[in-house]
Design a protein around this ligand. Sequence first.
Ligand code: ZN
Length: 354
Amino acid sequence: MQKTSRSWIGLFGCVLVFLAASCEPPEYESSLPEGDAPTVGSTAALRTEGETADAIGGPGEDAVWVSSEAGLDASAGKLRITMVDVGQGDGFLIEFPNGKVMALDGGPSSSKFANYLSSRGITQIDYAVLSHGHNDHYAGLTPVLSLLPSDCVARVFDPGLNRRDVAGYNSFRSAAGCNYQAIGIGASLLIDPAIEVSVLAASSRRVGSSDDSHGVNNTSVILRVRYGRFSILFQGDAETEAERLTYDASRSLLRSTVLKAGHHGSCTSSANTYLSTVAPQYVLISVSETNSYGMPHCQTMAKLKRRSGLRWARTDENGTTRLVSDGSRYTVIRSKGRESEDSCPRDCASPQDF
Ligand SMILES: [Zn+2]
């Protein structure tokens, strides 16, 4: 076990040290034990001095869903996550308790995500993560990179897929400039001492298929964000192949309160074993109501319906959806529509599962 931990340190220490050195705050940085870089999935390095596992909640103790913000602890810092209705794509805004702001994908439109930030009066973002190199994720993220501070700190991350494989998003990398840094499995983003942000998957090479749509989808960053007993797993468009690899490598780290379903509710994601391992209470699906792919596919909705007590929200039915957590409880606020609407355009022809 110890040997395994050390090898992880060797592999990823430089990434972790680099990110820690670039991400503020200095008080937090100094709380890291010298010469003992965090291991993958370890919570130790992400705690502030004096905190214990019990104080911020260990794995297996899930946060509790409440029906409104009134049910949250008014005095606790809030983690706020917004699934912006960007049409057929993903666009998420993550606001940390310490005030830092991260954009995670930005949808296919050059204006919808930026307009949402503007409507909220958000004029600066601190970090941006692109899950993978497809237009429905980077096109709306590129314009908001202009809201980053003017420095050369590592603030913009993607899986580092070779530009020749994804020529279309050269503009994204160019806009990121010297803020750009590739991230890989095992990295942690040290943004807020109260929040653990762990990269469970991200590949700089196509995964499982040389075909663009599947091979690039499977490079997606799988990002787990944890605040106390609340956790959410984002996975871009990761499909079953990437889910299986992540399950094989990191199954003990997957369990999360909320799952952002892979690939807009496609039947090529949300494998049964993966769903059972994540064991979410709540699922988020970002999908347009008029998409030609027939998403969310009926096979995926059937899997969700079979899981007792599971709730979900989807942008095609519920519009922009906000999630707020105090670290012990969370609530989900929809713009419109019923929760857990199970309508679906059609079955897909080639469902995948494991
Ligand atoms: Zn997509």
